[in-house]
Write a protein that binds this ligand. Structure first.
Ligand SMILES: *Cc1c(COP(=O)(O)O)cnc(C)c1O
Length: 358
């Protein structure tokens, strides 16, 4: 039996989108491949509110996180971390010999504009990274406020991890002044895992020229070179199957209407938070609670694994806490193809199951 996924990736994929993954192959150096990339770019620009180039990488979201910090940091990066994925970005910097510092918030709390101001004022950094939506703690960072303070430091490149939020809430990349905005297929875009996506500003690509060892496969400049000079192609063979499905899914997303899509996500988030507050409590500071997933404190001390096993028998799956929070919290994702009815169904099932757990 297929379990409906209420986990923060991979998420549910609509059957017709899944079917597009089975499109017969084309040559990746063909005119058709160029057209496919170009069409995807035009549609993604709408979803990301950007006029900048769009790059696809056949990797999960981590690929472009690693590629961007490595290929664009010429001086030193400041990594603002609010949990597991911010910490991952810092580890990537270290693993690639990229000079970096980390500013870590308390678990459940956001990156504040004051933190950004404090670090950027030192003049030590040419790159800053921010997690838009931290999938471990369920914190969504105040990017509007961060964008405001960052205006004082226009030369610092801003890399934003929007992997688990893009297409679930409006992120106006160009208006915010984000240089590299990263997402991937298997979260709110609701496609199978395997492709990372980013927008990139021309000035970021220019800045990257100063970096001597940018790697190759995930080097943003190398990825862009082929898009620019080889008519929207890639230096290595991309996952064409993902591209067929992505092109089709973007049509579905635009047909739903972006505002309608955000409203659907907002309604699911509000319902989940209200329910979680009534029966348990929220893990993140409620002011910064995410619109695409809710991290909930296990205040009743139940076995999260037991809960998930029981849900599994009903054809549903939620997520346990991330890392150290495994049994202390649980997470319900409300993104991608899910609807308010799905959320009502899973939350009602949890209420029924809890008294049966030992
Ligand atoms: C899923 C996710 C990523 C990417 O993780 P992968 O393991 O590469 O898919 C990055 N950042 C956030 C916030 C995520 O939720």
């Amino acid at each position: 039996m297929h379990k409906k996924l209420f986990i923060p990736g991979p998420t549910e994929v609509a059957p017709d989108v899944l079917q597009k993954m089975a499109t017969p192959m084309i040559g990746h150096r063909s005119k058709d491949a160029s057209n496919l990339q170009r069409e995807i770019t035009e549609k993604l620009r709408k979803v990301m509110y950007t006029a900048n180039p769009i790059l696809l990488s056949t990797s999960s979201g981590s690929g472009l996180m690693e590629g961007s910090i490595r290929s664009l940091t010429a001086k030193r990066a400041i990594v603002f971390s609010v949990g597991a994925f911010g910490n991952r970005w810092f580890k990537m910097a270290e693993a690639n010999n990229v000079p970096a510092d980390k500013c870590e918030s308390e678990m459940g709390q956001p990156t504040t504009p004051e933190m950004v101001d404090k670090y950027l004022a030192t003049g030590k950094y040419d790159v800053m990274t921010v997690t838009h939506n931290e999938t471990s703690t369920g914190v969504m960072n105040p990017v509007e406020e961060i964008a405001e303070v960052r205006k004082k430091y226009p030369d610092v490149l801003w890399l934003l991890d929007a992997v688990s939020s893009m297409a679930g809430i409006k992120i106006e990349v160009d208006r915010l002044g984000v240089d590299v905005c990263i997402t991937s297929t298997q979260k709110a875009l609701a496609l199978p895992p395997g492709m990372a996506i980013c927008s990139v500003t021309p000035r970021a690509l220019e800045h990257g020229k100063q970096v001597k060892h940018r790697g190759w496969y995930l080097d943003l400049l190398e990825l862009y070179k082929y898009v620019e000079t080889k008519d929207h192609q890639y230096s290595a063979t991309p996952s064409l199957s993902h591209m067929f499905a992505l092109n089709y899914q973007l049509d579905r997303i635009l047909a739903e209407g972006l505002e309608n899509r955000y409203a659907r996500h907002k309604a699911m988030a509000e319902y989940t938070r209200e329910w979680a507050t009534k029966h348990f409590s929220l893990f993140p500071n409620p002011k910064y609670a995410s619109q695409t997933l809710t991290t909930i404190n296990n205040t009743v001390n139940m076995s999260v694994k037991g809960l998930n096993d029981a849900l599994g028998k009903l054809g549903m799956q939620i997520s346990n806490g991330y890392g150290d929070l495994k049994e202390k919290t649980f997470r319900i994702a409300h993104m991608g193809e899910l609807t308010l009815n799905d959320i009502k169904e899973v939350t009602a099932a949890i209420e029924r199951i809890i008294p049966t757990l030992k």
